[in-house]
Every structure is written in C-alpha cells, then in structure tokens.
Design a protein. Structure first.
Ligand code: SF4
Lengths: 392, 286
C-alpha cells in the first residue's frame, strides 16, 4: 500500500530529471504539501500552472484556472482558510494585478506562496525574456504599511528547494511568501534531484486547539496567532479592515490599527535570523565585493572564483532572502571591503537598500543590464577591474 | 423543505444565528439590508443548515457587511472579489456550504468578470446579490444597475447609461438557479434562498432593496410609502410578463419596456465544478 508521500513522488516522476525552473517551483510546492493551485496563463510562468494542473488531480488536490490574476490570488487565500497549502504563479503584469489581494493576505495573516517568473516591463515589455524588474514592487506594491518575505533562487535545484522553504515560512509566520525567479531561470533546463523526505524540513501552521475563549487574531510571544480553519466550528470572521483580536472590524481606532499593523510587521522583523539566507564566497581578504542575487549571481560566482585564482581579492555576497532586507550582512561586508559592485537585471532596484545598509562606508557601483540578456563574465570582470582601479 | 414555512420569530432567529458582538449594524434607518439578513436566517433555519459547516463570504459595500452579522465562519474580502475567494474555499473544501453576500456594484461592476466566470464554471455557491441601484457606502454614485435618467452624485444631470440586468446575464450563462425578488414580500425570497442553498451549482438570488439614504433621496424615494409604490409600479412577475408578451396588445407590451421582472427565472440541473472535478480526480488519481 503506497503512502501519500509515495504518490507525490510517483506523480512527479523520476528522482533525477532535466527540467525547467518553472517545473522545479511546482515540484517544490508538491513536496511542501501544496494541494491547491489557482492560476492564469502568462509567459514565462505558465509551465508552473501546467505542472500543477497535471500533478494535483493525481494526488487528490485541486487545480483551478481563474479568469485573471486578481481571482487567482483571491482563490488561493480563500482555499488557505480551509487549512490547505496553496500557491499561484505569475509574471510581472499578473503580479501587478495580484497586489490588491496580496495585501489582503498580509492583513488577514493567510499563509500562501506566490511564484513570480519575472520578465521585463513596464507594461507588456519583453514577455519571453528574463528580468528582475519587480524586486521593488514585491516590497512596496500593495498599499499600506507592511513587511513581505521574498526568496530569490539562482538555479533550478534551488528553485525547488526555496519553494519548500517559502511554504515553511508562510506557515510559520502566517503570511504570503514570494519566490522570485526570472524568465531565463524559469525556462532554463538543468539537472534536478528530488530530495528524500528526510532531507528537508516541513513546517505546518500552528492550529488552535480549543474553541473556548478562542480569539482568532490574538498572538502570543511569537506574534503569530493560532489558526482555525473554516468549517472546524470556530466561527471566525476574517476581514481586511483593521480588526481587533476577536477579528471584529475596528477601522476607526488608532490604537487598534497601530497595534495590529506593527505586530504584522514585527512578526517578520523580529525573526530575521530565521528568515534571512545568503551565501558568501571569498569573504576573507576581500577588497572588492559583488553583491548579487538570482540568476545574475551565477556568473558572478564564476568571475570571483576565477579572479581569486589569479590572486585578485574579490568576493561575492549572494543574497537569497531579499525581503526582509539583510542590512546587517551587507553592513558587515561594507565594513571590510573597499568597494561594492551590484549587477542587476533592471535599472537599479536592490542597489538602493544596499546603499542604505552600506551607509557610505565604501563606494557602491551599479551595473545595470536590461533588454533580456544576462551579465556576461567578461562584463562583470571589466566592471570589477574598473572599480579596483578607482579605489585601490 | 416543506411547502409551508413555519417561521421562528425574529427574536428567536437573532438569538440563534447572529454574531452579537457585531451589533448594532451599520445600516441606515429604512435600509432594506436588514430584511435580506432576516430572510437569509429564515432560510437557514428552514433548512436547519449546520452553521459550523457554512462560510459567508462578501466583498466590499453596505451589503457586504452582512457576512459579519451571521455567527458562522465569515470572510469579508476585497471589493468585487468575493466570488474568487468563495471559489477557492468551495473548490478546496466542497463539503462546506458557501454563501456569498454581494451588492450590485461589488458583484456586477468591479466584480462583473468574476461573476461571469464563476457562473460559467458553475461553482456550487449561493449568491445573494443585493441591488440597491447605487454605490451606497461611498455615498450614492452611479452603478451598473442605476436606472436610466436617475440621479446620483456622479450623474447630477441624470444617468445616460443603460442598466445591467444581472439575472438575464446569469440565465444566459447557464446558472442553474436564478431568481429576483423585492423585499416587501418575505416568503418568495426566503423560499428562493433556501432553494439556492440546496441547488448543487451556482444559485443567484438578486434582491431589490431600497437605499433611502444614498439613492432614494436623490430620486424622490426617501419615504417608505413612495418607495413601495415605485417598486410596485416598476416590477412585474415573470409569469405576468410572459403572458402580456404573448397575448397583450402592442400598447400593453410597450408599457413593459422599463419594467423589472421578478420571480424565479431559471431552475434546472447542471453538474457543478466541484462534482466534475471529483469525477476527474477519481479517473486520474494514483
Ligand atoms: S447607504 Fe443605502 S444601502 Fe447603505 S446602509 Fe444606508 S440605506 Fe442601506
């Protein structure tokens, strides 16, 4: 008799596959226990939906294609309130449409995962080419004060692994979590090894145990309220209005709004040590550092390794968690190096929080590239050399 | 459900079904939304629906506050999007009863595309759409349902746009249950809400509700007496309408031009999304 976990693996196929980043996000979701996906087709993210549409009925989950991305986001939030793990996937224009209900998910503390396979903008831009133009929209796109969690994988394997992590963070902090890749990584094929269950951790939301005195938005020390799914008899009222701990609207109360919105921010900000992930290469004896993320970081890694072999004192800080922003890690690097290069596939977005964290300790040079092509190792080496001449 | 409704008193209903901490309501004096809530509670009671297994979903607007007043799981979502959230709940957990409260602006204006596709998909939802001809909560702006030539804060010289017949749209899209009622008669809407809840598929019950504050006072419909007279003069039962259209004189037919039809427009069977998905899962599951 095969177990549910066996069936998941059977539904995904071989343990070792040669697949796209989009497929890897779908596999990560399935491994994390996602059983509900709502989506709308959009290049270059459609393959995530296609994989989910294929796998979910096999494992008795549910795939539903909605009329647009607004509805997709609404559906995954509604479904999450029945106690299941939910995901949607999109690209820039669709992510723009999701902002409204993304804010609702934050306000109502609804765990869910959103994959954004980024393409260039503004507007329709270059649908088939990769870009990282939504990095700031992710942070500030939905209206009002809030924090968001966003992870940025750099390989197909990591896209799968970080999608699992995204579900864990969503469950742990009861908040939407973003997995941001790009059209290049989304459509690039690489070797993917599906891990065994004992090779990764799974986190489930903490559920309320007693209806007696249950207050759906009252949080203890960890600032995350216990969850009661719809249909379990807790009779919870969920609203996007400012609400008290009982969940009742109190939209005219300054203290209740202040307390609620600060708690929503603090439950993320006080746990940055659990949320922030990064990778360091050549941190020791480093004069010039590159700070990069996503697919761009791969060429940077090659350039740094090759440079260090030639005796250059170069290093790479690869950001994996972009939001909440790892200021302290960046500040630590800034205190040790003489200059920082920030290559980005946009006109400069993450360079801003980097400059804020560096706080003038050393020069920060942006190397922008847009149009759909990746930074080449040669371009990166030249930029490093230019920076070295300026400061060393 | 029995043919003759044995209704609890309003006080008994309140005690059994309401979320007391939410009261008083936000509704104005003379607003018809309270009646819609009452009729819904009577229907729930008639069916003896398990409130622990029922979720009330709504969007934004005066009518969307109704979800909070029932003591069950409730989700007050974003403007126009109630059906998307409700679809997610129902698709993920088909055993739950999902009842949606929405308004004309919420459900057919900003949420019009969701309405269209939720009906097309035939989600097993009961949608109680309250039509008060206006955006009440924002103070009375023109809505997709505002009658032609009537006044609102954004049509100060009269409305030049044609109103949407939401039930006709739902009927065309194949919704298995479509009805429209006024609030001045309790029995037909109670019966329709109960039938809608029992229907396995999309059920739309449109309720014509006076909004004396935002719509009424700009259109000579602030006093209850004149409001009822207006509704009497401007509505016709679907059977009477059909009869006149078939057998009436050209003048009688022409007189029905701007009349709003009420009654049960559609009551048929059509397999729901949830049922079709369950069949598909049975076929492909590992
Ligand atoms: S504005 Fe109109 S619809 Fe809203 S509560 Fe007042 S009377 Fe009712």
């Amino acid at each position: 008799m095969s177990t549910h976990r066996d069936r998941l693996r059977q539904a995904m196929g071989d343990k070792v596959q040669f697949v796209q980043g989009d497929d890897a996000c779908a596999y990560g979701a399935i491994l994390a226990g996602c059983t509900f996906f709502a989506g709308y087709p959009i290049t270059p993210a459609t393959e995530v939906a296609e994989r989910m549409a294929e796998i979910l009925p096999k494992i008795e989950g549910c795939y539903i294609q909605m009329e647009d991305e607004i509805a997709s986001m609404g559906a995954i939030v509604g479904a999450s309130w029945t106690g299941v793990k939910t995901m949607t996937a999109t690209s820039g224009p669709g992510f723009s449409l999701m902002q409204e209900n993304l804010g609702y998910a934050i306000m109502t503390e609804t765990p869910c995962v959103i994959v954004n396979v980024q393409r260039s903008g503004p507007s329709t831009g270059q649908p088939t080419l990769g870009a990282y133009g939504d990095m700031m929209q992710a942070r500030w796109g939905t209206h009002g004060d809030h924090e968001i969690i966003m992870l940025c994988p750099a390989s197909v394997q990591e896209a799968m692994e970080l999608t699992i992590v995204a579900f864990n963070l969503a469950e742990a902090y009861r908040t939407p979590v973003l997995v941001f890749i790009d059209g290049e990584l989304g459509h690039m094929r690489e070797r993917l090894v599906i891990p065994e269950d004992d090779e990764f951790e799974l986190v489930e939301r903490t559920c309320a145990t007693s209806r007696e005195g249950y207050r759906p938005f009252a949080a203890g020390e960890n600032l995350v309220p216990a969850f009661a799914p719809f249909g379990a008899g807790f009779r919870t009222y969920v609203t996007g209005l400012t609400h008290n701990e009982a969940g009742l609207p109190r939209s005219a109360s300054a203290p209740i709004h202040d307390q609620l919105v600060r708690r929503l921010a603090d439950k993320i900000l006080r746990n940055t040590d659990q949320i922030i992930r990064y990778e360091e290469f050549g941190a020791e004896e480093c004069e010039i550092a590159i700070i990069a993320y996503g697919i761009t970081a791969r060429a940077c890694r090659d350039v740094v390794e090759e440079g260090r072999q030639r005796g250059l004192k170069v290093g790479l800080l690869r950001l994996i968690t972009i939001w909440p922003f790892p200021d302290e890690v960046v500040a630590r690097w800034a205190a040790r190096v003489q200059a920082i290069l920030v290559p980005e596939m946009n006109l400069g977005q993450i360079v801003h929080p980097i400059r804020e964290a560096v706080a003038g300790r050393c020069p920060v040079m942006l190397q922008s590239k847009i149009g759909g092509e990746l930074h080449t190792p040669t371009e990166l080496s030249e930029a490093l050399e230019e920076l070295r001449c300026q400061v060393c | 459900m029995s043919g003759l409704l044995k209704l609890k008193t309003a006080a008994e209903l309140r005690q059994t079904y309401l979320r007391h901490e939410m009261f008083p309501t936000i509704f104005c004096d003379g607003c018809g939304l309270g009646n819609v809530l009452n009729y819904t509670l009577w229907a729930l009671d008639e069916l003896q629906l398990d409130l622990d297994r029922t979720v009330f979903v709504s969007g934004i607007g005066c009518s969307s506050r109704l979800s909070g007043y029932v003591n069950a799981d409730g989700m007050h979502t974003t403007h126009g999007r109630a059906l998307a959230f409700a679809s997610g709940i129902k698709a993920a957990q088909p055993d739950l009863n999902v009842i949606v409260f929405t308004g004309d602006g919420d459900g057919s204006g900003i949420g019009g595309n969701h309405l269209l596709h939720t009906i097309r998909r035939n989600m097993d939802l009961t949608v109680i759409l309250v039509n008060n001809f206006t955006y009440g909560m924002t103070g009375g702006q023109a809505a997709p349902t505002t009658p032609i030539d009537s006044f609102s804060t954004t049509t100060p010289y009269g409305n030049i746009e044609y109103p949407l017949d939401i039930c006709a749209l739902a009927q065309t899209l194949g919704a298995p249950y479509v009805a429209r009622w006024m609030i001045n008669q309790p029995y037909p809407p109670i019966k329709s809400i109960a039938q809608g809840i029992q229907k396995r598929g999309f059920a739309l019950i449109e309720m014509l509700v006076p909004c004396p504050t935002a719509y009424g006072r700009r259109n000579g419909l602030k006093q209850l007496e004149t409001i009822w007279q207006w509704y009497r003069e401007h509505t016709i039962l679907i059977d009477d309408y059909e009869h006149i259209m078939h057998f009436g004189s050209p003048e009688e037919r022409a007189a029905l031009h701007d009349t709003i039809k009420i009654g049960v427009f559609q009551d048929c069977e059509r397999e729901s999304f949830e049922a079709r998905w369950a069949t598909l899962v049975e076929q492909v599951k590992l």
